[in-house]
Design a protein around this ligand. Structure first.
Ligand SMILES: *Cc1c(COP(=O)(O)O)cnc(C)c1O
Length: 391
């Protein structure tokens, strides 16, 4: 037998180290001891997909036409449903043909976008803390990530003036994400105007991730990036059906905006995947038709959970803002802890799993992320355990 040397490609070794090894081990140990774990670690809704969406899938799955390869850009009818929803929800009129692209989840589009628009050595601006795929997609395309710190004193918005000219001039693409994972921060159309102005002046493509636009509280409705004048000339916006409709396992999302960027991303996709299963797109059409009522119902559920969690964290003295959108709560860890020691202490003493802030980048150090993916009873139990374990 020949033994062959093996090494993974360098781009894999350039990914940030996986910080959760120790936490995963602690979680498994606690579970093996019989601890009843309350998992608030993963941003994956515990609420099932609405029945009408499942019925639409079942019907479409029986249709032989849907058993064949889809078009890589997506079904015309799905893209039209997206355009109709955008007009209803944001007052933004889109061409379904040129300005909308079906994705196999927003993650797929985010990961592939740098392959479509970034040359090796180009700078890509990424927020920190952030959803890890902005960095991973950049590295896979040979781009150079440059971090925009998101700080609490700036409302977790990037300081565009702090980006040095030498970086700005080499920048091709900029990722932003509001409502924000992990901080729960939101952005106004006025902020988006500033982003459009910055991007237009420096010839930068903007990719705004609006995955959490439909999980929002107390009447607040997050805007679309495309509401800012000129936005569709500089960038695109990602959406996901995962969080809005409790469809994380289904793999469906979309990108909208600047036609050349949409076309470039379509070209990458047509060479790497063959698009989303048409039956899932049919289910997506059914979902978008019910967006308003499903979003209202989900948001009510998350709002009650948010209130239980925020109240519980404040009661034990943690500093935390109550988010206006997303299903994440982002407290500072108590004095005497860092992100990792706080999270491991919670697992060991209380059986509660949350995510250390530094797992989202160095700027996340000193914070922890709790996902509102357990019901109110479980969250009350978690807060009671937390109170007794930290005393
Ligand atoms: C969950 C999430 C996604 C991924 O959504 P999919 O459509 O399931 O791929 C993208 N961006 C952010 C910020 C997320 O939290």
């Amino acid at each position: 037998m020949i033994t062959q040397d093996f090494a993974v490609a360098r781009r894999l070794t350039e990914l940030p180290p996986y910080l959760f090894v120790e936490i995963d081990r602690k979680k498994r140990e606690a579970a093996a001891r019989g601890v009843d774990i309350i998992n608030l670690g993963i941003g994956d809704p515990d609420i099932p997909t609405p029945a009408s969406i499942i019925r639409a899938l079942a019907k479409a799955a029986r249709e032989p036409a849907n058993h064949r390869y889809p078009e890589s850009e997506g079904l015309d009818r799905f893209r039209q449903a997206v355009a109709d929803w955008y007009q209803r929800r944001f007052g933004v009129v889109l061409s379904a043909q040129r300005e909308v692209l079906t994705l196999i989840g927003a993650k797929e589009g985010i990961g592939h976008l740098p392959l479509a628009v970034v040359n090796p050595g180009d700078v890509v601006l990424i927020p920190d803390p952030a959803y890890p795929v902005y960095r991973a997609g950049t590295i896979f395309a040979g781009g150079e990530p440059y971090v925009m710190p998101l700080r609490q004193e700036n409302g977790f918005l990037p300081d565009l003036d702090a980006i040095p000219a030498s970086i700005r001039d080499r920048t091709r693409l900029m990722f932003i994400n509001y409502p924000n994972n992990p901080t729960g921060a939101v952005a106004s159309v006025d902020f988006y105007r500033q982003v459009v102005d910055f991007a237009a002046r420096h010839n930068i493509i903007v990719a705004q991730d609006n995955t959490y636009s439909e999980i929002c509280f107390e009447g607040y409705r997050p805007p679309s990036f495309l509401e800012a004048p000129g936005a569709r000339d500089v960038g695109i916006e990602f959406h996901s059906l995962s969080k809005t409709f409790n469809m994380t396992g289904w793999r469906i999302g979309f990108a909208v905006g600047r036609a050349e960027v949409i076309e470039a991303l379509r070209q990458v996709k047509s060479n790497l995947d063959s698009g989303a299963f048409q039956a899932v797109q049919e289910a997506g059409i059914a979902a978008l038709a019910l967006a308003e009522s499903i979003s209202a119902r989900n948001s009510r559920i998350y709002q009650r959970r948010r209130d239980v969690l925020v109240r519980g964290l404040r009661k034990i003295g943690l500093e935390v803002e109550s988010p206006r959108a997303t299903f994440y709560v982002w407290p500072r860890v108590p004095k005497g802890f860092d992100s990792a020691s706080f999270v491991t202490t919670l697992i060991e003493r209380a059986g509660i799993v949350c995510t250390p802030g530094n797992g989202f980048g160095v700027e996340g150090e000193g914070y922890a992320r709790f996902a509102l993916t357990a019901d109110v009873t479980r969250l009350r139990e978690a807060m009671a355990r937390l109170a007794s374990s930290l005393n």
